[in-house]
Design a protein. Structure first.
Length: 103
């Protein structure tokens, strides 16, 4: 932003810096998005982990890996529910998983 008052010219350094560092800002925003996505992923993995699923379902090995990949809940779901509700979700999804593997 340039302001003129007679023979004096004033420049807002902050706005000038933002204008010339557009690429740097894009990189920062992209990096910020990656960090937020990783944080969300870590929360889901922390709550919906193999040891919990194995304890509640008795699955192991490839079956456990398949179950976790197929039924991993979303970040929004995990963030909103209690631990008990997560256990219920795992048991319900395990029943579906068993029915599909029996066919």
């Amino acid at each position: 932003m340039i302001v003129t008052a007679g023979p004096v010219i004033a420049i807002n350094i902050n706005q000038l810096y933002r204008a010339v560092s557009f690429n740097k800002n894009k990189k920062k925003e992209k990096f910020r998005k990656i960090l937020l996505d990783k944080e969300k992923e870590n929360l889901v993995e922390q709550k919906f982990n193999p040891s919990l699923v194995q304890r509640l379902t008795g699955l192991g090995g490839d079956s456990l890996s398949q179950f976790i990949l197929r039924y991993q809940p979303s970040y929004e779901f995990v963030r909103e529910i209690s631990d008990y509700d997560l256990y219920v979700y795992i048991r319900q999804q395990y029943d579906k998983f068993r029915q599909q593997t029996v066919k």
